[in-house]
Design a protein around this ligand. Structure first.
Ligand code: KIV
Length: 272
């Protein structure tokens, strides 16, 4: 199945079919209607209104100051600008960690703004919350590995899951999110071999960022992919503006590179 043949808004069932057909899923972060239109036209299948907007839109040095109202505002804009992409809204720091009921209430705000799924960071400690939300009609995407909302606990933006014990913990976390009902999981900044193992272990979709090529799909931060602002980026980033004739062309090249498996390459990959 190719998502290119579907002209309506994609659902999580459509993404599951793309995955089951062995095709990579292409996700970009997106924060506004103009880029949403552009990414939609380039064939991006899923858009994440990431709390990375704290960095790339608001100019903070972390994602911590982002609020539910911020994510809701940008989710509504992305929804208005797009017709096809599946829309996932990030749950910001402090909006879900306290109790399942708190998470549910804030997720309702994001779903009402136009999200089809919400994403939250954390492993087994979030399982009860994920189960509570899924049972009440909120599809959930997990996020393990480098979880930027925990930057001060992690001691910086570092590769995670290195070494046997850390790798086992990450696998257990991913499994407990799946068992709780999460239908997608982001794997951020972990060794490629571990991401491949997690993807084989799970039945649900894995989306990698700095996790090698063997996940079910890739997510790219829009500003990284288009080199905004120009300059040095993380190892896993490829500048798709390089050699492109327009932003649309760059986005189309990103879709092609992810679909054919040429991005991420070994130079974008962490080892164990
Ligand atoms: O906020 C974000 O952009 C994210 C991606 C890095 C997955 O969570």
């Amino acid at each position: 199945m190719s998502a290119q043949t579907i002209s309506r808004r994609l659902t999580q069932a459509d993404l599951a079919k793309i995955y089951q057909a062995g095709e990579k899923i292409v996700m970009f972060t997106c924060y506004d209607a103009s880029f949403a239109r552009l990414l939609d036209n380039a064939g991006i299948e899923a858009m994440l209104i990431g709390d990375s907007l704290g960095n790339v839109i608001q100019g903070h040095d972390s994602t911590l100051p982002v609020t539910v109202a911020d994510i809701a505002y940008h989710t509504a804009a992305v929804k208005r600008g797009s017709d096809r992409a599946f829309i996932i809204a990030d749950m910001p720091f402090g909006s879900y960690q306290e109790a399942p009921e708190q998470a549910y209430r804030n997720a309702v705000t994001l779903m009402a703004a136009g999200a089809q799924m919400v994403k939250l960071e954390g492993g087994r400690e979030m399982a009860a919350t994920v189960e509570f939300m899924v049972q009440r009609g909120i599809p959930v995407c997990g996020h393990v590995g480098l979880t930027p909302q925990s930057v001060h606990v992690l001691g910086g933006y570092k590769v995670q899951g290195k070494g046997e014990a850390a790798a086992q913990r990450l696998k257990d976390d991913a499994l407990s999110l799946q068992n709780a009902g999460a239908t997608m999981i982001v794997l951020e900044a972990i060794p490629a071999a571990l991401a491949a193992e997690v993807t084989t272990l799970l039945k649900i979709i894995t989306i990698g960022i700095g996790a090698g090529k063997d996940t079910s799909g890739q997510v790219m931060v829009l500003h990284d992919a288009f080199d905004i602002p120009p300059g040095k980026k993380a190892k896993f980033v490829r500048n798709f503006m390089d050699g492109a004739t327009s932003i649309h062309d760059a986005a189309s090249r990103a879709v092609a590179a992810i679909k054919e498996g040429s991005y991420p390459g070994p130079e974008h990959t962490y080892n164990g």
